[in-house]
Design a protein around this ligand. Structure first.
Ligand SMILES: NC(=O)c1ccc[n+]([C@@H]2O[C@H](COP(=O)([O-])OP(=O)(O)OC[C@H]3O[C@@H](n4cnc5c(N)ncnc54)[C@H](OP(=O)(O)O)[C@@H]3O)[C@@H](O)[C@H]2O)c1
Length: 255
């Protein structure tokens, strides 16, 4: 039971209705803590988890998948949902010798049922289960899914952006809790309004705020001078390249 899986299981146990959860004994501390808090079972080994489950959820690191696959035999009718980044459906089918493999990616907000949950391919049963964790986005291809993985990394980067902005406000004299309330609420309201105004492009929305002569426009000019967008693009590119390389589809000509 790793960090992400723990949050996912917490979210599922809060909100997925009648489900029974069987946990691997690995990551023992977290698994035991969960089983004390909720009614879920820590099984003696991974095969016992597989034998008890209809859907097998895998949250190990990509490098740990081969070892895990050697420890278990899945039934032909079972479904596997993998969180392992950069490991394709074909590779999962090969490793676990079953047909029905679904990839999913989500954020820590799964714990409070507010995560962005991306899955590939479409699968009604997996969608029903994971929908309880937040906003479900079904991707149409494996490459789209790798792009969704980059987007999941953006979620992590947003915390650092929020931290930097909060830190600036605090340095200038705002108490930390009020600075935190302002930056987190501001990010939330931006996302909510962009959702509400979905007929406008996000750039147009920004431009409708940063009109000439405004303070927002003045700050934006400075961000552009420092090529803030180039730094974000570079971070996205490096992760996308790494994902394509790991999944064996790395082709510098492809993007
Ligand atoms: N963290 C994120 O925000 C995030 C975001 C997107 C995707 N992901 C993907 O999600 C997956 C999990 O990430 P994480 O951050 O939760 O990883 P993590 O905290 O490192 O957890 C990995 C867990 O896998 C367990 N494990 C290793 N080998 C195992 C085996 N053979 N059988 C059962 N359990 C085994 C480990 O148990 P031990 O402690 O006993 O070794 C550990 O608890 C990764 O593939 C990652 O690519 C993570």
């Amino acid at each position: 039971m790793g960090d992400l899986t723990e949050k996912m299981v917490r979210g599922l146990l809060h909100d997925a209705g009648e489900i029974e959860v069987f946990l691997s004994p690995r990551g023992r501390e977290k698994a035991c803590a969960l089983s004390r808090e909720f009614s879920c079972h820590v099984m003696p080994d991974n095969q016992a988890v597989v034998d008890a489950a209809d859907i097998v959820l895998i949250g190990v690191r990509p490098k740990q998948l081969v070892e895990l696959a050697q420890q278990v035999t899945l039934r032909r009718d079972q479904k596997l949902i993998s969180l392992a980044s950069g490991v394709s459906v074909i590779e999962l089918r090969r490793l676990f010798d079953i047909q029905c493999c679904v990839r999913a990616i989500l954020s820590y907000a799964a714990e409070i049922n507010r995560a962005t949950v991306a899955i590939f391919p479409a699968d009604p049963e997996a969608q029903t289960l994971l929908r309880s964790l937040g906003n479900l986005v079904v991707l149409a291809s494996e490459t789209e899914f790798e792009l969704a993985t980059v987007s999941a990394c953006m979620n992590g980067w947003f915390y650092f952006l929020l931290h930097d902005l909060q830190h600036w406000l605090v340095e200038k004299g705002l108490p930390p809790e009020r600075a935190r309330a302002l930056v987190t609420s501001s990010m939330e309201d931006c996302a909510a309004y962009a959702r509400h105004q979905d007929s406008l492009s996000i750039r147009d929305l920004g431009q409708s705020i940063a009109t000439p002569g405004t303070f927002t426009a003045q700050g934006l000019e400075m961000l552009e001078l420092h090529q803030a967008n180039a730094a974000w693009n570079a971070a996205c590119e490096v992760v996308f390249d790494a994902l394509l390389t790991q999944s064996g589809r790395g082709d510098p000509e492809a993007h």
